[in-house]
Design a protein around this ligand. Sequence first.
Ligand code: BDP
Length: 768
Amino acid sequence: MRSTVQRSAGRARGAHRRVPFAAALLAGLLCSALAAPSVRAESGYRLWLRYTPVHGAWLTRYRHAATELVAGGGGTAGAPGASGAPALSATLRAARSELLRGLSGLLGRPPRLKRTVTGDGAILFGTPRSSALIRTLPLHLARTGDQGYLIRTLQVHGHRTIVIAARRDIGVLYGVFAFLRLLQTRRPVDHLDILSRPKIRRRVLDFWDNLDGTVERGYAGDSIWKWDELPEYLSPRYTDFARACASIGINGVVLNNVNASPFILEPLYLVKVAALARVLRPYGIRVYLSVPFSAPITLGKLASADPLDPAVQAWWGRKVAQIYRYVPHFGGFLTKADSEGEPGPAQYGRTQAQGANLLARALAPYGGIVMWRTFVYSTNPHSEDRVKQAYDLFKPLDGKFDPNVILQNKNGPLDFQPREPFNPLFGAMPKSNEMLELEITKEYLGQQTSLVYLGPLFEEALRADTWAMGRGSTVARIIDGSLYGQRDTAIAGVANIGSDRNWCGSIFNQANWYVFGRLAWNPDASARRLATQWVRMTFTNRPAFVRPALKMMMRSREAAVDYMDPLGLASQMAAGTHFGPGPWVHPGRNFPPDWSSTYYNRATAQGIGFNRTATGSDAVAQYAPHVAAQFASLAACPQDLLLWFHHLSWTDRLRSGRTLWDSLVRHYDRGVTTVKWMRKTWAGLAKYVDPQRYRLTADFLDIEVRDAEWWSDASIAYFQSLNKLPLPPGAAAPPDSLKAYEAFCIPYVEGSPGAGPACAPADIPVPR
Ligand code: BDP
């Protein structure tokens, strides 16, 4: 039996947290009585850095791998010593303490701290600057660049030694985490020869955190930045956050929401920003800020924010100078301008380039950069196709941006949908720096509770071939600078981190933070392999757990696409909250067409889909000819993007031989079936997981099954009301009426602060 709307209404965010204490205690006792004794309850706080003990044969193998820890070699293991060797930097101290923590946890004994290698199994770590011993080794560290590292097994003083070395301290820290990852995932460490350096220079988390502690599109509690407590109180969480970031190579953090408050630029907040920057710096993390374009007016009391006005330019110059006084290693600005009500240069008749260069020129003397978002559109009721706007605006400006501007493109041309084609701006701006923005927080993919591993989505975005310079011109090659020789390279992910004890709202959401960081380091890495690592570190190395958990993760994103937006549909969610189905949402007073679902599905009695070929909006023409031809051809268009590019009749036959309508219904059903299979699979894994993380995931999968059914039923009910076609054999009819689905509305969800209720009775949209 399918769930009813009323049962969906029972969906309560965080309901798991409201289990009465006595019941929870009893359940906990029962679970712990049933669980294996070693499986202690875990909150998820330790993420993938749990360092739980290695057992059995692996322990024997590793026993001789890390007996002593040598930080200097000819120097000391920490403090400035009699030998006169320099004290370890904060970054190298962090590396040492991570090794101590990791090895003690994994191997059950702390290694001895030594000044030099005295026996087999030593770990020698550092840079040529920090360690005289490392200086003597033939390591050829130039290959590691500024951020990379080398892990090699070498004979040092006649003893087998694992050397973790880099040119810079931060590389050593990255190398230490990589080495610990080998032990955590039970890889042999007998003969190591690993060289790794990031392909992308700036690997940034964008926090959409507001100064009042709320988080836009955040589903993991409040902001982790406690502005009221800063700068005096520095929560230990900040350091643990930095450790987690460094462990996956993230080296930048934009602290505040792109819909930015000007207050962040006031000394009151800059002193807080500086305090955070100091905590993050040993871990190689630079701080950036989102700034509102209108700050010269709101803060500077100027009459305008016109980028060509010398007074405005001078104001930004002074402001940036002030910021660098507070935060000497400040990274730069992120800007959302002329978009969704945010101020920008267009208000003054200026271009996006003139706007970006205004900020870039203020930052340039200090080495700062501007990440200028191309998510620029106006909700124009007459716009022929929203997804064409950014390209039309930016493409003519190629070559007009200063060298320290990086254009930040969302992966797709619309807005972080479960599936989109790649953004046509990639590859179209050869004379500009381009970076990729991904959304780690699952705004459009079920938010807090759904189990959706985003690795495959990120991989799809990075591997998309733009054909800008012929085959192989992938998005990854554009943003890593190898296609056009871009010097400063960057990637950003909208963070999914909050004040919840488990950081991300759910355990599996942590995997999305992990995979973002690892793909940012190496955009060619495999989402599947990264998921395997994450599972092994987060849960257990036991194959009986790893295999099914991996399968769940790898199927999870496609399942969400199936039950939400199959065959290239997009933006079919409820208005405002972006949670739950709303394929009927149509334009209204105060509700622009391109925020509505009907604008995107174009569903009528006859057919469905957005014609973006030459006979329609011709958005295909924004792609390189090879790609345009593929998308435009019904025969060649990838099936999973079909309705993005084509309007089809409900009864048209797809390549499978089925009609479009039958295929659509099958996709919805398949999505639900997969989520049910995930729930069942998870239930079979209970014995490998501690009760706390098991329960949370199991309960969330219950919620996801209900939500998947809700999406599927409501979507089928709506589209069937238009086409009046029977369901394909075997498909269950939605249990409720379309009217009931349309009337059902969740007024508030986490992550939409200040938006007000998403539904007041009078506002519920009624399809014509
Ligand atoms: C949309 C979000 C909105 C963001 C916007 C953006 O719904 O909250 O402010 O993206 O990226 O997807 O600026």
